[in-house]
Design a binder for this molecule. Sequence first.
Ligand code: NAD
Length: 387
Amino acid sequence: MLLATKLRGLEAPKPAASSQEPAASSQKCYFSAVTKDAARRRIAVVPGDGIGKEVIAQALQVIRATGAPVDFTEFDWSADRYLRDGTTIPADGFAMLTRDYDAVFVGALGDPRVPSNVHAKDILLGMRFKMDLYANVRPVKCLDDSLCPLKNRKASEIDFVVIRENTEGPYVDVGGVFKQGTPDEVAVQEDVNTRKGVERVIRYAFEYARRHGRKKVLMTDKANVMTYAHGLWQRVFKEVAAEYADIGAQHMYVDALCMHMVRDPGQFDVIVTNNMFGDIITDLAAALQGGLGMAASGNIHPERTSMFEPVHGSAPPFAGKNIANPIGAILTAAMMLDHLGRASEAKKINDAVLEAVRQKKTTQDIGGSLGTRECGEWIQQQVTGNR
Ligand SMILES: NC(=O)c1ccc[n+]([C@@H]2O[C@H](COP(=O)([O-])OP(=O)(O)OC[C@H]3O[C@@H](n4cnc5c(N)ncnc54)[C@H](O)[C@@H]3O)[C@@H](O)[C@H]2O)c1
């Protein structure tokens, strides 16, 4: 009932290919460079909140600079929109994204004016769950020795990928509290792991390793404590690994993994894990890359519209100050183009970012002196120069 009230009268905009007009609604959606060329890819853009808006603006300019045949449709789903009219995501939102777009590009969601974070939950977890984007792919690559926080380690030793299960675990929100507010209070949160969910993400990890010339998949869990849930992960991992004789298979408990990520990250290639451990270890992994501002991710369903977002959040204290690092979003744009079959444009972006890092044409968090816009523009010019 509450949901119906919130969404009343709000329609998803029409697909980009069928209209040249801006959407006639308060959503301020617009269509750019609409075309009937079937080879062109349609990207739905949700800049979101805080620094999300700033970094996405730069990433879009960099994509444009590659000349890739893509059209963007921007949606204002965000805290501003929620506070204005109660909308988190319109009624047909997820179906429309899957039906009408080839990819979704998201900035970040989260705003202190919405303490419940309900809009972020509806939009982000909604996309992951309702669009069934079961594999969250997070590359961890340190681009320059100057960014490596580990003593006596080189950037070249930090180059692995974390594949996080994205639709299950404690995130499904099953649980409850009993006798709340009393000394007898009980809180229960279920960790949901299905055979189907575990198997498909483990298989995705092996397929990813094969496709990307990686040699080894490591599964991490806490099966010594979570005996039932992670026991399932252990059994399925062994079964699936047996089908991939060309790829090494290894297991490590998550506590040991954290230690090894700091002591000897060079041993990792592809890591596959559950939703919560993937969430946690990729913040540690981001620190190995130079910080959250450098980390990219894709939320993938191999046969459906997938969603791409930098790993970082909306960083409210940074918002509007032109200091957020746009590189995580720009590397995410490269991942998205690669996913859409535009490998050469993706490579141009990755090369330009590498050059920016080497020449310190970056924001202050990674040792440069540029603002968000100036860093984005430098990378954009580098891409344009290499076209
Ligand atoms: N995917 C998402 O949209 C997402 C992810 C994480 C957090 N959030 C939300 O974002 C809000 C803020 O969360 P948080 O502060 O825990 O995490 P955050 O990632 O927004 O920021 C944490 C810290 O990381 C650094 N940082 C992050 N991104 C950076 C960038 N691009 N450039 C330079 N430094 C950067 C800053 O020091 C920042 O204070 C919350 O509402 C949270 O729920 C959203």
